[in-house]
Design a binder for this molecule. Structure first.
Ligand code: ADP
Ligand code: XUL
Length: 532
């Protein structure tokens, strides 16, 4: 039975489409949850799915910064209506879309520290941003800046070794560099620059919050090993950038106590701690509670793999971030755009739009699918520069179609997971005794699909009740930071995954060689795509 008698913790998730809050107790049991959806609850900002695409330049994808603040005002009101006792909240933390940037106007920090508790935040902070529309992680206007970042340190491989990623258009360093070159006056008038996560923390702190190490590693700016901004890369971002960014801090560190605004307006305890916020991927890692030998596989719109690493590998495919739980460890993110949408396409085409029929057909085919393999890149894949449909037989010969719906279905699902395994191994994930997969996201309710995942990786697959791992991760950050501040150790066992499937005996004999074969197939596909 969940009671509200003890301390509680507030976690927020400022994602692309919505702002969510969860309040949990010390056992991470959920007491309240509220959501504000930008497109529907704040239609006055005219976003699609929380963002605006510039018609004249479709690569420019932004979100009105003030909309995020108004969403917080609305969310707080929803929590009042839900009778939340704010005085019991011991600590707050948050998570947000990674890579986006917020530009505070000169004088904004002063305004933030002197807010009138009888008024909304969004009315008081309306003129606090020098750039009114924040570049988001979906923005890809920075091709030129990306090349400059790579050239500045001697090429993509060096940039990946230093910062954890080669230059990516959505990364914050190139975003900031673009603003400083295209809008020098605006840049000059920006007193501070935040990530979306540190911007969220700033609102609660009443001053500009530092960026945490994990989210900082999604900027192409920080040296992963020293955890300091890299001087040559910083230079590309414009004058006084060091002052504008401030020094990054360890994840889950306590930044201070909540601003008087929240104490007076909502009745927060003045001792309530604000814990550093982070990006949604690091927070998901925290929320899922995975460690060394766990692989987190999110089967959402796109498929994302999160991997715990003890060493920072240099990879040109994927991203290495500082680990939010262990200052000496790292984490890897592998994102595959063709996830659920590709599975849905296959279902619609070969299984009459029904997951039940899809599963029946999938289960009616043998593991290994007689060597038939399918790769479906309906949108250009991130880690493989290719798009289109590719089918192969056992000998690696290209085919235009397979002989039956069930072969098509198994070929596509095995192809997806073999590809994920190939990149996971390349990035340093070792499959062996004790390896476990934690599956999340929309498709993780499908046991037939999870069985293929289990067979291809040769390890058991678990799921967890809490689907929004980033949000629960944010609440857990609050709890971790609060305990650390009190000098107490954190328990590791808050969430208990449930075993769903185990691999069939000898599955490795089948899939091990198939992964090897895939190496050449991927090379061929990339070469073919280059020629088009
Ligand atoms: P997002 O990444 O946008 O948060 P979700 O994690 O909610 O997305 O996943 C949504 C996807 O889940 C849908 O596109 C749908 O294809 C997939 N899905 C839902 N139910 C099933 C099912 N029974 N089997 C396979 N996939 C499913
Ligand atoms: C990760 C990435 C997205 C964003 C938005 O590199 O771009 O996952 O964090 O959610």
């Amino acid at each position: 039975m969940v009671t509200e008698s003890s301390a509680s913790f507030l976690g927020l998730d400022l994602s692309t489409q919505q702002l969510k809050a969860v309040i949990v107790n010390e056992n991470l049991e959920i007491l309240h949850e509220e959501t504000v959806i930008f497109e529907t609850h704040l239609p006055e900002y005219r976003t699609n799915g929380g963002v605006r695409v510039n018609k004249a330049n479709p690569h420019e994808i932004t979100a009105p910064t003030i909309m995020w603040i108004k969403a917080l005002d609305l969310l707080m009101d929803k929590l009042i209506i839900a009778s939340v006792d704010f005085s019991k909240i011991a600590a707050i933390s948050g998570t947000a879309q990674q890579h986006g940037s917020v530009y505070w106007q000169n004088g904004a920090e002063k305004t933030l520290g002197n807010l009138d508790s009888s008024n909304f935040l969004h009315t008081q902070l309306a003129t606090s941003f020098s750039v009114s529309d924040s570049p988001t992680w979906m923005d890809s206007t920075t091709k030129i800046e990306c090349r400059c970042f790579e050239e500045a340190v001697g090429g993509p491989e060096n940039l990946a070794r230093i910062t954890g990623s080669r230059a990516y258009e959505r990364f914050t360093g190139p975003q900031i560099a673009r603003i400083s070159t295209h809008r020098p006056e605006t840049f000059k008038n920006s007193e501070r620059i935040s990530l979306v996560s540190s911007f969220l923390a700033s609102l609660f702190l009443g001053r500009i919050a530092p960026i945490d190490y994990s989210d900082a590693s999604g900027m192409n700016l920080m040296d992963l090993r020293t955890k300091k901004w890299h001087p040559q890369l910083l230079k590309l971002c414009g004058p006084d950038i060091e002052k504008k960014l401030g020094d990054p801090v360890p994840s889950c560190s306590c930044l201070g106590t909540i601003s008087p605004y929240f104490v007076e307006r909502y009745g927060f305890n003045e001792k309530c701690k604000v814990i550093a916020c982070s990006g949604d991927n690091p927070s998901s890692l925290i929320g899922m509670g995975i460690k060394d030998d766990w692989l987190a596989v999110s089967l959402g719109t796109s498929d994302t793999l999160l991997i715990w690493l003890s060493e920072p590998k240099t990879v040109l495919n994927g991203h290495i971030l500082c680990n939010p739980l262990d200052p000496n460890a790292y984490m890897a993110i592998l994102c595959f755009k063709n996830g659920s949408l590709a599975r849905e396409k296959i279902r619609n085409r070969y299984a009459d739009k029904s997951w039940d029929e899809f599963n029946e057909l999938l289960e009616s085919t043998p593991r290994g699918n007689f060597g038939y393999l399918g790769l479906h890149f309906d949108v250009e894949e991130i880690l493989i520069a290719a798009s289109g449909e590719f089918r192969y037989n056992k000998e690696g010969k290209k085919l235009s179609k397979f002989s039956s719906s069930e072969i098509e279905i198994r070929a596509a699902i095995e192809g997806q997971f073999l590809l994920r395994r190939l990149f996971a191994e390349e990035i340093g994930f070792k499959i062996g005794k004790g390896t476990k997969i934690l599956a999340t996201g929309g498709a993780s309710c499908n046991k037939s699909i999870l069985q293929v995942l289990s067979d291809v990786f040769g390890c058991p697959v678990y799921t967890q009740d809490n689907v929004n791992s980033a949000l629960i991760g944010a609440a857990k950050q609050a709890l971790i930071g609060f305990n650390k501040e009190r000098g107490e150790n954190n328990r590791a066992d808050y969430l208990t995954p449930k075993l769903v499937c185990e691999p069939y005996k000898n599955s490795e004999d089948m899939y091990g060689p198939m992964v090897q074969k895939l190496v050449q197939i991927v090379k061929n596909i990339e070469n073919e795509s280059k020629q088009i």
